[in-house]
Write a protein that binds this ligand. Structure first.
Ligand SMILES: Nc1ncnc2c1ncn2[C@@H]1O[C@H](COP(=O)(O)OP(=O)(O)O)[C@@H](O)[C@H]1O
Ligand SMILES: [Mg+2]
Length: 236
């Protein structure tokens, strides 16, 4: 299988000195659906912010063999779609159409191509017909799906989603899991939601205190109660 993202010995500290990642190595392969699980503050968001170059670190993260750096950020962001934990960080336009069209417009697509990309992306997340609505007045579940559409409209190779089901009610969660299940794209999903992980991700990675402490088959890892207890995940 083709390796899309390669993380090699990545360590990262924030400017205030807080160490968030320590010597992390990880490969993401084409067709993977990987859950990234770990307690609050473990470094999950910090890790995925490296996947599309929002955070950068001198060659320790490669996309399709190329180190992510200041010179190829546009190329990287066309291929790795990152959905933030809070959809309000992703949605800023007066209409759903404008938000989902933003990426393709920036790419210089024709009006026709932009419309086609928006239609396709909204269809993939079950939000066709919402084009003229204001993103700010949608439910949290609808906002999440539109936020996903804003990155799918760019037709990325990899979809990275940070805690997609937090604050969703059971129906919103079900709808979102169904949407994710229907997407035949390489997925990296940060989640605390073990039901979601079981359903969507055959592979899971556990991060604790900035280190990868497990990476493997989800069923096997979830059966290892000692491991889960050691990393504060046992009640899941
Ligand atoms: N912008 C920031 N500045 C300083 N420290 C941060 C910042 N963002 C996160 N951290 C710290 O880095 C560590 C990892 O955080 P984060 O990646 O957000 O964890 P997770 O997503 O697993 O909850 C935590 O100790 C957190 O407090
Ligand atoms: Mg986080």
């Amino acid at each position: 299988m083709r390796e899309l993202i390669a993380v090699e010995h990545l360590s990262f500290s924030y400017p205030d000195g807080q160490q968030a990642l320590s010597n992390v190595s990880l490969g993401i392969y084409e067709g993977d659906s990987v859950a990234i699980v770990g307690p609050n503050g473990a470094g999950k968001s910090t890790l995925v912010l490296h996947f599309n170059g929002i955070l950068r670190s001198n060659g320790h993260v490669k996309l399709m063999g190329r180190p992510i750096d200041d010179n190829n950020l546009k190329w990287v962001r066309n291929r790795v779609g990152l959905v933030f934990q809070n959809p309000d960080d992703q949605l800023f336009s007066p209409t759903v159409f404008d938000d989902v069209a933003f990426g393709p417009m920036n790419m210089g697509y024709s009006r026709f191509e932009v419309e086609r990309a928006v239609e396709r992306a909204l269809g993939l997340v079950g939000m066709s017909g919402f084009e003229k609505r204001s993103p700010h007045h949608l439910s949290i579940g609808e906002k999440r799906r539109v936020a996903i559409a804003t990155v799918l409209s760019m037709a990325p190779e990899v979809l990275v989603i940070d805690e997609p089901t937090s604050n969703l009610d059971p129906r919103g969660k079900r709808d979102l899991v169904d949407v994710l299940m229907g997407l035949s794209i390489t997925k990296i999903i940060i989640s605390h939601d073990i039901e979601l992980v079981k359903e969507l991700c055959p592979r899971m990675v556990i991060i604790d205190q900035g280190m990868i402490v497990a990476d493997g088959n989800t069923t096997n890892i979830l059966a290892d109660k000692k491991l889960l207890t050691a990393h504060g995940l046992a009640t899941m």
